[in-house]
Design a protein around this ligand. Sequence first.
Ligand code: FAD
Length: 410
Amino acid sequence: MAEILVLGAGMVGIGAALALQARGHAVTVVDRRGPGEETSFGNAGVLQAEAMEPYAMPRDLPTLLRYALGRSNDVVWSLRDLPGIAPALLAYFRASAPERHARISKTYAQLITRVLSDHGSLIEAAGADNLVRRTGLGEIYRTARAFDAAYARAEKKATRYSLRLRALDSTELAPEEPAIAGEMAGALIWGDSWSCSDPGGLVTSYAQLFQNRGGRLLQGDAQTLERAGTGWRVDTCTGPVDAQHAVIALGPWSGPLLSRFGYRVRMLLMRGYHTHVSNTPELSRPYLDAEHGYVMSSMRDGLRLTTGAEFVRQDRPQSRRQLDRALRAAGELLAADMSAEGKLWHGHRPFRPDMLPLVGPAPRHKGLWFDFGHGHHGFTLGPTTGELLAAQLEGDTPPAAQSLLAAACL
Ligand SMILES: Cc1cc2nc3c(=O)[nH]c(=O)nc-3n(C[C@H](O)[C@H](O)[C@H](O)COP(=O)(O)OP(=O)(O)OC[C@H]3O[C@@H](n4cnc5c(N)ncnc54)[C@H](O)[C@@H]3O)c2cc1C
């Protein structure tokens, strides 16, 4: 049994803490806030069992032009911040070349294949079933051209990975989703995916499970992490805590901490927003409104609209441009009044240009471990990468962890 510090109490940190604890280690999680209050709070809440391939950067000229000209709502960017992110964008562009993307997808699929079973056992043990819907994920296409192209791609993916896929036109969708009244060409329904009506609440219930099983959750600043003898020390509200191992699971904040230890971690922080609209009809599952670049999902606090990626520096003020477009588009689709809007939230997807999270030992510091960079799918992947990390900490490197380990050797 080892003493282990996990820095960060998002889905990734709590997932790692539970996996390490299950192997008999004494685990202390440290966060400056409560569990699941940052990126793991604000996401679309989809446990994306269909996401066998990570999102590649489109490489065709028409799409790149649409992005460049600001005509797309799924990706927007700011000219003044472009120079700072250009090297990471270029690396992402290169990694998105078909052959490389296919190789990366092999690793990704090995992770995604097990996410439902990793979440499933935690949901059951945490008694969190009331937060989870097992009704799939929908994609809505307004135009026949976009629908036909998406269906062709989706069918290939469904066959390759044995995923459940249905293609419905609006009359076929209507009985199962009466709230969707606007015009559309068709919808794709990925039957395997699950979703959550309170993403922060799911992390909190996992954190409660961790504490019920004897784990410690303390408030503290990860920036105080330092070497202490052969181990690690961090300051917490109850004083310094020492441990043999420290796991960095700080999501978008992992890079700045690691720069203190000489690691230059390349990450693209893709900003996303959400807001909730009350008095809207309930949806049975989340939907991506594909040509308008947002996801809508019924949550505890109302209908949550989450936006695509905004490429801006982490400290830039909020902008409403993507969300306003999403609100207009959702209003059309649901034929609903979208004016009863709640607070505007934003956070950053901690995305690595090679599309894989960093999970494994820090190459130059004994007892220091990485578990971050989960990009678009950290809510889905947290428990799974936690299992891989826990296996590696005990000297076992499962096949799915090999590439993540290689990536960790910066
Ligand atoms: C708009 C949007 C929609 C998304 N939708 C989905 C989705 O549907 N499905 C999906 O799988 N993923 C989704 N994602 C991605 C997912 O939310 C992230 O990948 C995931 O939440 C990352 O989890 P994390 O634990 O690494 O980071 P976080 O949840 O951000 O946790 C990091 C923790 O570190 C703590 N911390 C930071 N600095 C310090 C410090 N100095 N000291 C102590 N603690 C510190 C923070 O307080 C925080 O609790 C979405 C993301 C966005 C932005």
